[in-house]
Design a binder for this molecule. Sequence first.
Ligand code: BES
Ligand code: MN
Length: 446
Amino acid sequence: MDISEIRAAVDRELPGVRADLERLVRIPGIAFPGFDHSQVQRSAEATAELLRGCGLEVEIVRAGGQPAVIGTRPAPPGAPTVLLYAHHDVQPVGDQARWDSDPFTPTERDGRLYGRGSADDKAGVMAHVAALRAMGDALPVGVVVFVEGEEEFGSESLERLLAERREEISADVIVIADSGNWDVGVPALTTSLRGIVNFTVEVRTLASAVHSGMFGGAVPDALTALCRLLATLHDDAGDVAVAGLTRRPAAPLDYEPERLRAEAGMVDGVDLIGTGPVVERLWTRPALSVLGIDAPATGEAPNALVPSAKALVSLRIAPGENPTKAYEAVQAHLGTHAPWGAQVTATLVQDGAPFAIDADGPAYDAARAAFRAAWDGVEPVDIGVGGSIPFIATFAEMFPDAAILVTGVEDPYAKAHGPNESLHLGEFARVCLAEALLLHHRGERS
Ligand code: BES
Ligand code: MN
């Protein structure tokens, strides 16, 4: 196949790919505890069916966690094997009322497809399917498609699963379609990702609740104590105040504060936090955010001092950081900053390693060439991202010689994890084409 034939083949496949993407979006496969995991199974089965349709040998596999799907097609003699990664599970939808259309009813508005997982990462799954369908029997490489089923819940059983399936997933190149591009119209190769350390911190000041009028003023409530403790995590400028965490320089890209404010939807008057280049704050330095608090709800709280309160805190860690060491640094900080002698208990919830790549070599050049062609000559940029894909470090450890290409369908307006998540359909078409071209080039090089 030549390049114009590949373009035509991708265009031919796109309507069917779009229909199958919508089918996936209708399945609410959420791996978090408390959700209906039979839906994750359904989502794995739907994914398996799609991969079988691409002529792969397919198996649904699990190692104690949620089901992943592995599809394989052996390499022609002498050709390399490319592993294509995505995940089929999605984040919970949060407050349904904040969605403009039902999260599990794919809906197109203004060139975007709305729905939970429409971008993160069911479009990643479908980009692989699109490339395989377009290449058909002309596929010049071997492929292993690995579609994880619990990425959004921290990939707890992943290491076991990969160890058990080492033979099947071994590859020379891996394409991870779970990141995004620099902007609509500007492709990117993701060369660094932060790691993650999520933990809860519980503060206790009282054996049980007591009258707030009788005791308030001399007896501390746990919620105020928790707030004071959380407030020590940043300095006044908003930089993380926990000692001993790693930071490093980021790719020298200009991320205009105004652009960041618009993309994040910051309300008028709110300041950015931290100091230094925006890309460093987002990609290569630690970040601490409070994700939730367990405490009496305002509509139900009696006039009583709160005896204990718990926060879920998320620490993002820079490439080069070790999650275990980072958590130790946090524990040391919490231990020395407990206000008013309050009892403080930290509990690790999940962690995942960061990752950074030296993106030089033939596989990276082939990826950049594929991007350039798919975006009509626009030069791709190397970016970092602040999010995490724990799979990457695990895979890199197992296969240190494999080239790791982190691509993806997200654009700055995709709103992954939030309400009204969406996929830019024009960019999605380019991602599909780029991946088909990439598979084609890898074959050419062998
Ligand atoms: N697709 C994201 C990772 C990502 C985020 C890439 C932002 C590019 C930009 C991925 O699905 C994700 O959200 N991962 C989780 C991992 C966690 C649960 C261990 C994350 O970053 O919160
Ligand atoms: Mn994702």
